[in-house]
Design a binder for this molecule. Structure first.
Ligand SMILES: [Zn+2]
Length: 443
């Protein structure tokens, strides 16, 4: 699937939908289906007989997969060598398919820290082969959950904390949820929600720039039953911090659970421009606070969707482009050489001694909403530039989508000693992504 066509463009002709709004019956135009599957890892516990907080050989353990060895689940995010002691709540893979007579779109949300391109590519290929939907119309994003398994490979005790068995399980569960979503497809209409809600966000990196948009949309069937609710918000899923040892989906877990209880259907969360450095504004990193933040966000979403507009959908456009981004950060090159990022290494291209990594960016238009997707943690400064060019009413931005290349730092704000820069491909990344996305928006 590396030979993806550039500027794949599908959809109906866009023609003055405001003028046509009254005549069109949107229920004839869209079909949608959604489903979810658990991706909570199994956790093997052990008796810490010498109470040193680590597993030592010969300490008894529960060998759930009967392979004769203790298999830790290393938690992704924060410090290295943090293994899970249990699960507080479940992690999910959630899928939504939206179809018009001309094209289709699959949105997948994973309660994970990040999902690299090789894994994305493998799932896109499997979906394309099974259901004939082009890879360019499939978007797989992570909520950037800091209390789930290390799916990137940076947080093991020494080296990678990635587990290939777990990644195969995630793939199988995603495909299962896509299959059910396909089978559940119904005629659908969309209600759009928009509000501004900055309360829980703290920008930890000056200058203070945040994106306080809390955007949502709800797809309902002909009887008014909810198929899915989609939420887009720009804050790190790290209410639980480095002290936490239990698997949780953090605040997006509570948020989506509340929406599912209220509306029915499946609720999917997509992180926005969370880079530079959008983090929860809290003193206590507890499950109680995580739940409160999730509940408050759910209330805001429910309110905005109740006041939300349902306008006829005349357009479903999906475009995706694969960019080759130079890996300028020697730390990333070194990690790649050590195999920390798995088979992503095989997808690199070389030109004039410079290595390039593939990353997909996307542009979607559904009726009155535009969406851009970026493969990492975009600074809100750059998000604002994109939103300024997006001319429709609802301006969605999905981060950590189809890859996680780390922070996407504005070139003019580049500080070689900054934390975000150490977790970034390099200073050239942002201009490349921005200029290509601006082109996609304009065309
Ligand atoms: Zn982050």
């Amino acid at each position: 699937m590396m030979m993806k066509l550039l500027f794949i463009f599908c959809g109906l002709v866009f023609n003055s939908f405001f003028a046509m709004a009254d005549e069109l019956n949107q229920e004839d135009l869209l079909f949608a289906g959604a489903s979810k599957e658990k991706i909570t890892p199994t956790i093997e516990t052990f008796s810490d007989i010498n109470e040193n907080g680590k597993y030592d050989l010969k300490e008894p353990f529960t060998d759930l997969n009967n392979n004769g060895s203790w298999d830790p689940v290393w938690l992704g995010g924060n410090q290295n060598g943090r293994f899970a002691l249990g699960a507080h709540d479940d992690l999910w893979a959630k899928s939504l398919i939206v179809e018009s007579s001309q094209t289709s779109l699959i949105l997948i949300s994973l309660d994970l820290i990040g999902f690299l391109f090789d894994e994305v590519d493998s799932i896109q290929t499997a979906i394309s082969e099974k259901w004939g939907i082009p890879a360019e119309q499939i978007f797989i994003a992570s909520t950037h959950n800091h209390s789930g398994p290390d799916t990137i490979g940076l947080w093991g005790e020494s080296g990678s904390g990635k587990n290939s068995e777990y990644l195969s399980f995630v793939k199988a569960q995603v495909l299962k949820s896509v299959k059910t979503a396909m089978q559940n497809k119904k005629k659908a209409k969309i209600v759009w929600g928009k509000t501004e809600y900055s309360n829980p966000i703290h920008d930890a990196r000056p200058p203070e720039v945040i994106n306080d948009l809390l955007l949502s949309f709800r797809l309902e069937d002909e009887q008014g039953a909810t198929i899915a609710t989609i939420v887009n918000y720009s804050m790190h899923a790290e209410v639980l911090n480095e002290k936490n040892r239990l698997i949780t989906a953090d605040y997006p877990g509570t948020l989506t659970e509340k929406l599912e209880k209220h509306f029915g259907g499946v609720a999917l969360f997509f992180a926005g421009d969370i880079g530079g450095m959008q983090t929860p504004k809290i003193f206590f990193h507890t499950f109680f606070i995580s739940k409160k933040i999730g509940e408050n966000l759910a209330k805001e979403v429910i309110l905005s969707l109740k006041q939300g507009k349902s306008v006829p959908i005349e357009t479903l456009h999906v475009k995706q482009e694969t960019l080759m981004i130079p890996i300028e950060n020697p730390k990333f090159l070194e990690a790649m050489e050590k195999g920390i990022f798995g088979s992503t290494k095989n997808l690199l291209k070389e030109s004039d001694g410079q290595l390039f990594i593939p990353a997909e960016i996307g542009f979607i238009q559904i009726g009155p909403a535009q969406f851009v997707t970026v493969p990492g943690e975009l600074f809100p400064e750059l998000g604002h530039v994109l939103r300024n060019e997006m001319k429709l009413e609802y301006k969605f931005l999905f981060g950590l989508c189809n890859n996680e290349i780390g922070y996407i730092v504005p070139e003019e704000d580049w500080n070689p000693n900054g934390y975000e820069e150490t977790m970034s491909l390099g200073p050239k990344t942002s201009a490349l992504i921005l200029s290509t996305l601006l082109q996609l928006i304009k065309n």
